[in-house]
Design a protein around this ligand. Sequence first.
Ligand SMILES: [Zn+2]
Ligand SMILES: [Zn+2]
Ligand SMILES: [Zn+2]
Ligand SMILES: [Zn+2]
Length: 314
Amino acid sequence: MESDSIECVSSIDGMDEEEMSQPNHPSSKPNAGVAPSAGIAPATSVHELLECPVCTNSMYPPIHQCQNGHTLCSTCKTRVHNRCPTCRQELGDIRCLALEKVAESLELPCKYCSLGCPEIFPYYSKLKHESLCNYRPYSCPYAGSECSVVGDIPFLVTHLRDDHKVDMHTGCTFNHRYVKSNPREVENATWMLTVFNCFGHYFCLHFEAFQLGMAPVYMAFLRFMGDENEARNFNCSLEVGANGRKLIWEGTPRSIRDSHRKVRDSHDGLIIQRNMALFFSGGDRKELKLRVTGRIWKEQQNNDSGACMPNLCS
Ligand SMILES: [Zn+2]
Ligand SMILES: [Zn+2]
Ligand SMILES: [Zn+2]
Ligand SMILES: [Zn+2]
């Protein structure tokens, strides 16, 4: 049940008889179109009462007050040196239990309701839900810059193509050549991002150089443009090789919910030591020339996916 609500799966009217008696699920009542808005309207002003007058964040227990009744969140309380920021009187250690109780009785819509989340939560579980809500926007998966753009997947795909000039490919196999003229300079062998569209979803293929301890390494990894649960429906393989040697990585792509840096730092991808990279590049080791191939397939349709992997059979 817990995971159901995290997925923001809206219940079908009349299906969950026992849920209709629970106060947490007003949206499952037959007249769901009217009831929630009517129930939320008065809560909005109470919600303003629950806004910390100092930092304007929502207050959660313990909620403090001064002797004159001015309220304050627990974070701000530690910062005001025992003086009420409103009346400058000594603050003391008084809890505002009444306001905590009022908060407990509130039910508020998820803050991503405008993005499609139908869930309504008791005040104290709302924050936890919102940090995991499936409708929360994704951050731009483009790495290497401080891009702060957020949005849904179709929006981010357009953003990557138009604003970051990212290469877009269709198909579940890929064959990429990465060439760098001076492989000695790791910081110059910058990352690259390519976006693949297959199975109706988008995948980000990252390639980059970084220092692993003292050693420079190259890494290719794949991120799924969607949430973690959906990412688990897919598998991918990444290969690099030449001159009779081959490295293969196989696994589930990570979600772009995990930052580029987090995936990189967990080494969850194809890691190529520099000596091997130069060996794969052939020639005089003056130039980095890596051919990374791979494919993406759906976990359940493993047997049907043979058609899209011809160039990887060895
Ligand atoms: Zn505060
Ligand atoms: Zn005061
Ligand atoms: Zn939500
Ligand atoms: Zn961006």
